[in-house]
Ligand binder design. Structure first.
Ligand SMILES: C[S@@+](CC[C@H](N)C(=O)[O-])C[C@H]1O[C@@H](n2cnc3c(N)ncnc32)[C@H](O)[C@@H]1O
Length: 284
């Protein structure tokens, strides 16, 4: 088992207590690179429960069978927040923190009214949650809408975003967005699928076997969803509003061209440490 890409070569949370050596040995034998840390996290999840031993056995068995750690725990850490994730739902990746940070910066610059923020292809809603928290920390407010086509993702996003006042809608791309935010969106944050179909088979089993195909598959060149988002974004952005699309280093030039073809000024942001690339478009 490889470390899940969401873990980006580190456990979800640094551990402090002593792990159970038997659990560690089982996790290590199954290929978990951070077996000690995972054992601590799994034990913490059942701590204090009357059926702790049985439940821990259940969680360890799921992990040993190859389920992503975050789906087994039921949460992932993203931008310092705990994001609820459910089986089958895309686990937020650390690299997406670059997009969330830039979206937060842009939304925080809106003054005198709440920034209108859309988390499109929201999955569990990690980006929306991070932007809302970041803008609030900077003293601002957001009107947050999140959308996804996958009912399981929408369910998870509702658990993360409704308690903070976000609206989560289900449907294909822009279709389910409320009409009243048309041409009013300050920040349109999009981490859509961008893996070329033929490369899905090369992904770690944790992703290809445990995350929905619709969360990964970007079509022949990986850019099918980017193409559709870029073509319609200007109809939803406020003047001066921004579109942010996560992409890969190799696809960045083509994502940029799509954003420019959609009538936006584009620039590319990179963070080598996070292995992250984001194309930022601005409506003139
Ligand atoms: C790579 S995952 C990212 C999820 C989330 N943005 C994140 O960063 O954690 C892509 C998401 O796009 C959703 N998606 C794919 N095609 C879509 C479409 N046509 N309309 C809306 N959502 C879509 C998938 O269901 C999945 O949740």
């Amino acid at each position: 088992m490889q470390p899940h890409p969401s873990s980006d070569d580190r456990p979800t949370t640094p551990s402090t207590s002593e792990p159970d050596p038997v659990v560690v040995a089982r996790l290590r034998a199954a290929g978990c690179v951070f077996a000690e840390d995972e054992a601590v996290l799994l034990a913490a999840e059942v701590d204090g429960r009357a059926d702790a031993a049985t439940e821990l056995e259940h969680l360890v068995a799921r992990r040993v069978a190859g389920e992503p750690l975050e789906q087994v725990l039921g949460w992932a850490e993203f931008a310092g927040l705990r994001i609820v994730v459910e089986p089958g739902v895309f686990v937020p990746r650390r690299r997406t923190e670059l997009l969330a940070a830039e979206a937060t910066r842009l939304a925080s610059a809106v003054s005198g009214r709440p920034a209108v923020v859309v988390d499109l292809c929201c999955g569990a809603g990690a980006i929306g949650a991070a932007v809302a928290a970041g803008v609030a920390a900077a003293g601002g407010r957001v009107e947050l809408v999140a959308a996804d086509v996958d009912p399981a993702a929408v369910r998870a996003a509702r658990r993360n975003l409704e308690p903070i006042g976000g609206l989560v809608v289900e449907g294909d791309l822009f279709d389910p967005l409320p009409e009243e935010i048309r041409e009013r969106v300050d920040v349109l944050a999009v981490n859509a699928p961008y893996v070329p179909t033929a490369e899905i088979g090369l992904m770690p089993p944790e992703a290809r076997d445990h995350e929905a195909h619709v969360a990964l598959d970007g079509g022949d060149d990986g850019l099918d969803v980017h193409r559709r988002v870029a073509a319609s974004a200007a109809q939803w952005l406020a003047p001066g509003g921004h579109l942010l699309i996560e992409t890969s280093r190799g696809q960045a030039a083509r994502t940029t061209a799509l954003v420019e073809a959609g009538g936006l000024e584009a620039r590319v942001l990179r963070d080598d440490e996070l292995a992250a690339t984001v194309v930022v478009g601005r409506r003139r």
